[in-house]
Design a protein around this ligand. Structure first.
Ligand code: ZN
Length: 62
């Protein structure tokens, strides 16, 4: 599993949308835990990543 496929983008104001195809339908944007990004050690907290159901693009927000 390579990390190369994941984009990192600036957190956007307002609606979240796919950085590649601009999909902004919430039902098409799947949120999941990003185990590569630890935002707190104790308690363990992970960042989030998103995947677009339309083009398959994955990204995380800064
Ligand atoms: Zn997309």
């Amino acid at each position: 599993m390579g990390e190369e496929g994941i984009l990192t983008i600036e957190k956007t104001e307002g609606r979240r949308k796919c950085p590649k195809c601009n999909e902004e339908d919430k039902r098409m944007i799947h949120e999941s835990l990003d185990k590569e990004t630890i935002i707190n050690d104790y308690p363990k907290m992970y960042g989030k990543k998103y995947r677009c159901g339309r083009c398959g693009c994955e990204w995380r927000e800064k």
